[in-house]
Design a protein around this ligand. Structure first.
Ligand SMILES: [Zn+2]
Length: 178
């Protein structure tokens, strides 16, 4: 979706009135309503230009659109800072889809880090695989998945986008995301 497809007069001013704007390196905390006390939400019942369905527009997604103009269909907006309430555009990135991850991997752009072997992941492979099951089979929102598995939403986002556990991404995506 594109910014101009979704934005309405006055929304930008309203958005900034609910943001605690700090320095570029710091998190900009959303002061408005939070979804389960985590992700900020900005607008209810916004019509998704791609599906014509009503969606809730999350604050960090609005921030991404405001600063970068477009979120390609199906892509997630993830947090570098692992803070769901942060709307600092410098802390946001687009979760690449499977093809992009694969292409980047083939070109050697993404180091082939292994999940548990890498040392950063303290979770067993079965837990990480469950993220794909809950997302694509049970169709749960990211916040619910994080809660069910007792992991951070940042990790859920990173795993689904292929930023982490990249070596298993293609396999699990093919298995569950059909
Ligand atoms: Zn942040």
């Amino acid at each position: 979706m594109k910014f101009e497809e979704i934005n309405r007069p006055g929304w930008t001013e309203q958005f900034w009135s609910k943001v605690h704007r700090a320095r570029k390196s710091e998190c900009w905390e959303w002061q408005g309503a939070r979804y389960h006390g985590r992700y900020g939400y900005f607008k209810d019942r916004v019509t998704d230009p791609n599906t014509n369905k009503h969606i809730t527009l999350k604050a960090h997604r609005y921030s991404y659109l405001l600063h970068f103009n477009e979120i390609p269909t199906g892509l997630l907006v993830c947090h570098h800072c692992d803070n769901p309430g942060c709307v600092n555009p410098h802390h946001l990135y687009l979760g690449t889809n499977q093809r992009n991850v694969q292409d980047a991997g083939d070109r050697g752009l993404i180091p082939h880090k292994k999940g548990t072997e890498h040392g950063r992941s303290k979770y067993p492979e079965e837990t990480i695989e469950q993220i794909f099951v809950l997302r694509y089979i049970n169709k749960l929102p990211l916040a619910r998945i994080a809660k069910e598995l007792e992991i951070s939403e940042g990790l859920v986002c990173d795993v689904l986008s292929g930023r982490r556990w990249q070596h298993k991404h293609q396999e699990w995506n093919g298995k569950y995301n059909r």
